[in-house]
Design a binder for this molecule. Structure first.
Ligand code: SF4
Length: 321
């Protein structure tokens, strides 16, 4: 009898542990289901808002082997199955011949997804190493070469759109960098003609938070290829601005959402760009003007009220899932 007591305790402890594990698994599955719905809805919304993909398009999805481009491809494949329009997807990876690049990983993954793909092998690594002096940043030449190659490949494959995996945080970070170091209010467009004028570049992850992509990549177990194979120093300015935004968002939840929403709510009369608003010719008409100057009143929303807008609703409506 004395020995039976610990056995009973062991059994109930084991049962409790099993129940906890089952509850944790259920909770995780529920969270991943919510995340999946949110990601697919936000990508679908961005595609619709900016008319990114049209019937008959061939979308070249640039896949680097990082979490963002894997997620982009994954979500586009899923959306294509339920889309009311027909479009093709071709995944393209540029193998830049960086030392240690695991060249089998992406083809194996892409085959497993049953998606058309093309691996373009171009030794830009050697070119960059040869042309850029030791200790200088290699990214600018490297990305220029990559861009040219991908534009050419898009033409050869008959792609009508080039899809890139930049997300909401990339867009806000770019806006900050351009303000801080370029004195321009310029972000990253969700859709724009490429600088060679021959391609339309789209960013279907424009409404998606980076943290959601991190969780999605982990959940989907994408075979991530490390992004430091070239041995280049990380872009310190970008890393600093990114850390600043992450810190703000932690201390003031919703701040990055608001900044992102603001990029779609520009009041040109309250900026200083004379090309966007005809300051020289304005005259008082005597009729009230929406967005007219409120002169001596305090500015609205000075830290007390959250701005409203469709995008902010998009990225915060988890409760509906
Ligand atoms: S980090 Fe490396 S691969 Fe990426 S752009 Fe810079 S040099 Fe090129």
């Amino acid at each position: 009898m004395i020995e039976a007591i610990p056995t009973a305790i062991d059994t109930s402890t084991a049962q409790a542990a099993t129940a906890d594990a089952a509850a944790a698994e259920k909770k995780h599955a529920h969270e991943m289901n919510k995340l999946s719905k949110r990601l697919h809805r936000q990508v679908g919304q961005a595609i619709g808002d900016f008319n990114m993909i049209e019937d008959g398009d061939k979308v070249m999805v640039c896949v680097s082997g990082g979490k963002d481009s894997y997620s982009l491809l994954d979500i586009l494949i899923n959306l294509r199955e339920r889309a009311p329009i027909k479009f093709d997807i071709v995944a393209v990876n540029l193998d830049q011949k960086q030392p240690g690049f695991p060249e089998d990983i992406l083809p194996a993954y892409l085959k497993s997804r049953g998606v058309d793909f093309h691996i373009e092998e171009q030794d830009t690594y050697s070119i960059v190493k040869r042309l850029v002096p030791e200790g200088k940043t290699t990214c600018s030449l490297c990305s220029r070469l990559r861009r040219g190659i991908l534009y050419r490949v898009a033409g050869e494959l008959g792609a009508t759109k080039i899809a890139l995996g930049h997300h909401r945080d990339d867009i806000v970070t770019t806006l900050m960098l351009n303000m801080f170091f370029g004195s321009r209010m310029k972000g990253m467009p969700p859709k724009l003609v490429s600088d060679d004028g021959k391609n339309v570049v789209i960013r279907p992850l424009a409404y998606v938070k980076e943290s959601d992509l991190e969780r999605w990549a982990e959940h989907r177990e994408f075979p991530i290829i490390p992004c430091n194979l070239c041995g280049s120093q990380p872009n310190l300015q970008r890393a600093t601005v990114k850390a600043m935004l992450q810190d703000w968002d932690k201390r003031f939840p919703g701040r990055v959402d608001n900044m992102f929403t603001a990029m779609g709510n520009i009041v040109t009369s309250h900026m200083l760009d004379r090309h966007l608003f005809p300051f020289e010719t304005i005259k008082a008409t005597g009729a009230p003007v929406t967005d007219g100057d409120i002169a001596f009143d305090e500015e609205e929303n000075c830290g007390t009220t959250a701005a409203s807008g469709s995008v902010i609703r998009l990225v915060r409506d988890d409760d509906q899932e």
